[in-house]
Design a protein around this ligand. Sequence first.
Ligand SMILES: Nc1ncnc2c1ncn2[C@@H]1O[C@H](COP(=O)(O)OP(=O)(O)OP(=O)(O)O)[C@@H](O)[C@H]1O
Length: 324
Amino acid sequence: MMGATLARPLLSVENLAVHIRTDAGPARILDDVTLAVPKGGSLGVVGESGCGKSTLLRAILGILPGGATVPKGAVLFEGRDILADRGASARGRIGFIPQDPYLSLNPVFRAGDQILEVMRRHAPGSRRDHKEKLVELFRAVQLPDPGGALAKYPHQFSGGQRQRLLIAAALSCEPSLVVADEPTTALDVTTQREILAVLRQLIAERGLSLLFVTHDFGVLATVCDQVAVLYSGRVAETGPTRAVLDAPLHPYARMLLACHPDRATDLLGIPGTVPAATAQPPGCRFHPRCPQIHSGCPIEVPPMLPVGEARAVACPWHGEAARG
Ligand SMILES: Nc1ncnc2c1ncn2[C@@H]1O[C@H](COP(=O)(O)OP(=O)(O)OP(=O)(O)O)[C@@H](O)[C@H]1O
């Protein structure tokens, strides 16, 4: 236990800023983002559309778009800076589960061949070894007829089965970290629950770490033990998932949770929108939408304040918000 607490995280994002050049000026998409995924742990990153979740994932996967600059910070994976060596050190060691199973497989090639090609490039062993391993993975993700699945084309699988294929693909090169981008949003609720159960089981059985991006606190609660709430490219709050869900501290986290369909009495959402990445307000970026604004909020960038041993919140007024 002691070793686990002292161990370096498997993945750490340290003070990361990502800007992208646009015709409207630099888009400051991420600003001073710090978070960590411990070995064998799971972190969920949650926030509204446009808060920077995909850009964070792209930085972690070493695939930032052209025009992106990293004026500050680092992404350390297994102790090495992914951004400095353009992702080379992470290939195969980070498995990625994309959002949309319909868009993520090429329809004209057999699904099995597409995964085997990735294994050929990044996993040790012969094609025969890879096939055996893939059939075993298809069994583990509970695809029907795992042996026969190798020869099928993507359209011969249902949406839920395609997402299972993509989980198998993400695990095929024996990663130590799995990164998932809203992997169940395109699926119905029952299939969503089944897929999340399979994912959770495989991550636990294999001792993998998970970084899971979502806009859905309900999904997050079922797969992640830690959470980071992102707003307009900055971390608003971090902590154990249960503690944050039970008693969110940041006004944004409180409002985001309050309008989750499971809890909301109406579905009006948070008034206003996430600011454009080219036009964020000064000070706390949430202040124009915050019901508990103070005179310093539009001026000073709130630092992350520790709360107890395991939580942190970027709002000096969080105690007042919690009482409010
Ligand atoms: N290549 C780009 N050029 C300019 N602006 C960009 C680019 N990519 C993202 N942005 C802007 O950065 C902000 C964050 O985008 P990002 O896609 O990372 O957010 P997100 O939280 O993943 O949203 P969603 O849930 O809708 O995918 C948005 O304001 C977006 O318009």
